[in-house]
Design a protein. Structure first.
Length: 248
């Protein structure tokens, strides 16, 4: 059944997704085999799955030496297995391998994401030192434009709170330097909104936009070295390169 589930996933999902689901199901299969609770998949019950979740939490406690389930993040520990089992068992029912989904009636909420750790002031300072150096050593108009672009991207990220996709899709008409705000036309849930920014971002955006060639299709704000609109992946790579250069 696990092989069949893998083959089904391979027609629909990326390799990392396939390994995510099959890896977690594999742990469950190994537990069921070693514990001797489930000899036939058709005899799997809700109680068996609850026993497996109890095993996961107990195993985590024994490794950490702590008994408080909050401290060992039991919900976060169980969630990927619940998610994988839910998809696996739904597939097994649809394929006719089992008649009843033992997960019915067993609900688990996804754990909240941990708080995002912001950059420390010294890390931001290193970012700007790298960007200032890039601007100083730039010789050609294109090099100047790219250096100004990278600084404007970082400033807008830090001050506006824009998401990566929102920032990448900005057009030149979406930026109002006088009122110091950027218009997001399609944000989360398809809703538009306005994000503000401060004087440093205003200065950086003005410098970049004054150097940016006008002949860029779709009037995208951010452009690549080749003169094409930047995608969110391009913005992400630019940020990653700055992080690599600063060691952040």
């Amino acid at each position: 059944m696990l092989d069949g589930f893998r083959f089904e996933l391979e027609t629909r999902a990326r390799p990392n997704t396939v390994e995510y689901y099959c890896g977690h199901i594999g742990v469950f299969v190994q537990w069921a085999h070693e514990a001797g609770h489930v000899e036939d998949p058709r005899s799997l019950t809700k109680r068996d799955i609850e026993s497996f979740f109890h095993y996961l939490v107990g195993n985590e406690r024994s490794r950490s030496g702590k008994g408080d389930t909050e401290q060992v993040h039991s919900q976060r520990r169980r969630w990927p297995y619940y998610r994988a089992l839910k998809r696996f068992l739904s597939w097994a029912v649809s394929e006719g391998h089992i008649c009843h989904n033992p997960l019915e009636g067993l609900q688990m909420r996804a754990p909240e994401d941990p708080p995002v750790e912001p950059y420390h002031p010294e890390q931001i300072e290193r970012f700007f030192r790298v960007l200032d150096y890039d601007w100083q050593v730039a010789k050609t108009p294109r090099q100047k434009m790219l250096a100004a672009r990278d600084r404007a991207v970082l400033c807008l990220f830090l001050e506006s709170g824009l998401r990566l996709g929102e920032l990448a899709l900005l057009g030149t008409a979406d930026v109002d330097l006088q009122r110091q705000r950027a218009l997001v036309r399609e944000g989360k849930m398809g809703k538009g909104r306005v994000a503000g920014f401060g004087p440093q971002t205003k200065k950086s955006l003005w410098r970049y936009m004054s150097l940016r060639p006008c002949a860029v299709k779709r009037d995208a704000l951010w452009m690549t070295e080749e003169g094409r609109p930047m995608t969110k992946h391009g913005v992400c790579r630019t940020s990653a390169m700055m992080g690599h250069e600063t060691g952040s």
